[in-house]
Design a protein. Structure first.
Length: 286
């Protein structure tokens, strides 16, 4: 196995550049850090360019989990290198790095492949990120979208880089599995959603309808707006309806990820209820 100790090594220099968004976008690569995320990436068949293990972990007698991962990467034909401790630590973005990381290729979807990935017969719900800025919120939103069964996520220009290290960590593996489609603005996004029969539902603090009063179980695109400014005026104008979450005074709004979670879990509750009603009806007919 190749050993790297020099910061001038081309592989190290390339990995170091991935700390910058412009380089991630230019190279089409991003950094995955930690045993759990590397394992998730392999399981999700992420296109991994290089797997890196810190020297001390490689030679440790307690590296059984690392050995399993290295064996999996070897079977997958992934290049694996051992990196000197100090050099490896400079590559990472956490205070206490676990000792294993990967450079992976970003996956880009076009509209056809994005909607073709829907596993619910074309009736799946979609999350729309309207200029979300906080990496922790963005990662949590991805994770929640997968948890409630969304078919994918539309990412409007102005949203934080979903391949940044903080988002990758906060998404906890969902980034590797969820289809992502990047759009230029609200107009393009809404036109695309309407062409696929989706209702565009904007989450805002002030409107007439509570989220549980609106049908959300299928064919809905949930628009979650920027933390400071909320859903854009264009999305509000073009949306099919708006919903709000009931709140006790004096609280006027919720964190973007929390609000999205409340609304999307209501959609899942409605879906479960609808499926139960359909099953009961079929049982009575039989």
């Amino acid at each position: 196995m190749k050993y790297i100790a020099s910061p001038e090594n081309p592989m190290i220099k390339k990995a170091m550049k991935l700390k910058q968004r412009k380089m991630r976008e230019k190279e089409g690569l991003y950094f995955i850090e930690g045993l759990s995320l590397c394992r998730e990436a392999l399981a999700a068949a992420v296109n991994i360019d290089t797997l890196m293990i810190r020297e001390s972990e490689y030679y440790s007698e307690k590296n059984g989990e690392y050995e399993d991962l290295l064996e999996q990467s070897s079977k997958a034909g992934i290049e694996t290198v051992v990196v000197k401790d100090g050099l490896f630590n400079k590559l990472t973005n956490t205070e206490t790095p676990q000792g294993i990381a990967a450079v992976a290729k970003c996956r880009y979807w076009d509209a056809g492949s994005f909607f073709a990935a829907d596993k619910s017969g074309g009736q799946g719900n979609i999350l729309v990120l309207d200029r979300i800025q906080d990496p922790g919120n963005a990662g949590t939103l991805l994770r929640t979208a997968e948890a409630v069964g969304c078919q994918g996520v539309l990412v409007v220009k102005g949203t934080v880089d979903l391949y940044s290290p903080k988002v990758v960590r906060a998404a906890a593996g969902s980034l590797f599995r969820l289809p992502l489609l990047f759009t230029a603005d609200a107009q393009e996004t809404v036109r695309l959603l309407h062409s696929r029969g989706k209702r565009v539902v904007a989450a805002i603090p002030y409107c007439e309808n509570f989220h549980f009063q609106t049908r959300l179980d299928r064919n809905v695109a949930f628009v979650i707006g920027n933390e400071a400014g909320g859903v854009s005026a264009d999305f509000l104008e073009m949306s099919d309806c708006q919903v709000k979450i009931p709140m006790c005074e004096p609280v006027e709004s919720l964190n973007a990820a929390v609000a999205a979670g409340v609304i999307m879990y209501e959609s899942l509750r409605q879906k479960i209820e609808r499926e139960a009603e359909e099953n009961n009806r079929l049982c009575k007919q039989s």
